[in-house]
Design a protein around this ligand. Structure first.
Ligand SMILES: Nc1ncnc2c1ncn2[C@@H]1O[C@H](COP(=O)(O)OP(=O)(O)OP(=O)(O)O)[C@@H](O)[C@H]1O
Ligand SMILES: [Mg+2]
Length: 232
């Protein structure tokens, strides 16, 4: 499997304390993985480092086989990485849903007609076409999250970094997002607390714990439930 992204000995220090130390991670081409872990262990910080929004204290990042030395190097790959922040309240740049989604395409040089049709299409796919002309800041938290996801997916980035993509979503929207992410053949890192969601989506789960990433057996949750059901 060719490599989309590689982290080598990534450490991050905050207020003289290491949040994590010597993290190594390899994300293969079209590979889907999840990062779990308790509140405050640094999952969002790690994702921001991979997205080029935070600089690690130490370590090397490689994107598409090219070493990234600074934020400027990241700029070359900005459009290849779709980053969904945990908190999307500062994510949007336009007033209405359709304007914001189209904007992300217009900045890529897509013409207005095509940008509109692609934007409408992604809204339909995500079952949120009824939000097309709504003012974003009047939307609910869950609606904003799924609109932000639409704005990312419409650009078809090569790597998706999704920080708690379902944390504000109802069951139906969660199912929709799951089926869409399952149908997309791209490299993905999903940070989530929803184990049942990620187990239906990824091939690897890592747990950020004790300042490092540990392999998490993927079917732990399933076997636990199974055992309970059968009284094993
Ligand atoms: N801008 C900041 N300034 C100061 N401390 C911060 C900042 N951002 C994060 N932290 C701290 O760094 C630690 C890790 O935060 P982070 O958001 O990465 O955790 P997380 O694993 O994503 O948690 P959660 O599951 O709650 O989202 C926390 O203790 C947090 O308080
Ligand atoms: Mg977080």
């Amino acid at each position: 499997m060719s490599c989309s992204m590689n982290l080598k000995n990534i450490s991050y220090k905050k207020n003289n304390n290491y949040l994590f130390k010597n993290i190594n991670l390899n994300l293969g081409h079209k590979e889907k993985m999840a990062i779990i872990g308790q509140n405050g262990v640094g999952k969002s910080t790690l994702i921001k480092i991979i997205a080029g929004l935070e600089e690690p204290t130490n370590g090397e990042i490689t994107l598409f086989h090219n070493q990234i030395k600074n934020k400027k190097d990241f700029e070359k790959y900005r459009d290849e990485i779709g980053y969904l922040p945990q908190d999307v309240s500062n994510f949007f740049l336009c007033i209405t849903v359709i304007e914001d989604i189209m904007f992300s395409l217009l900045t890529l040089g897509v013409d207005k007609k095509e940008a509109y049709s692609k934007s409408v299409n992604i809204l339909k796919i995500l079952n949120i076409i009824h939000l097309e002309n709504r003012v974003i800041y009047e939307l609910s938290g869950g609606e904003q999250k799924i609109v932000a996801l639409a704005a990312i997916l419409v650009k078809e980035p090569k790597i998706l970094l999704l920080d708690e993509p379902t944390n504000a979503l109802d069951e139906e929207s969660e199912k929709k997002v799951l089926s869409i992410l399952n149908s997309i053949e791209k490299s993905m890192i999903i940070v989530s607390h929803h184990k049942s969601f990620i187990q239906k989506l990824v091939s690897k789960i890592y747990k950020l714990e004790d300042k490092t990433l540990k392999n998490e057996p993927i079917y732990t949750h399933f076997y636990t439930q199974h055992s309970v059901v059968h009284g094993l």
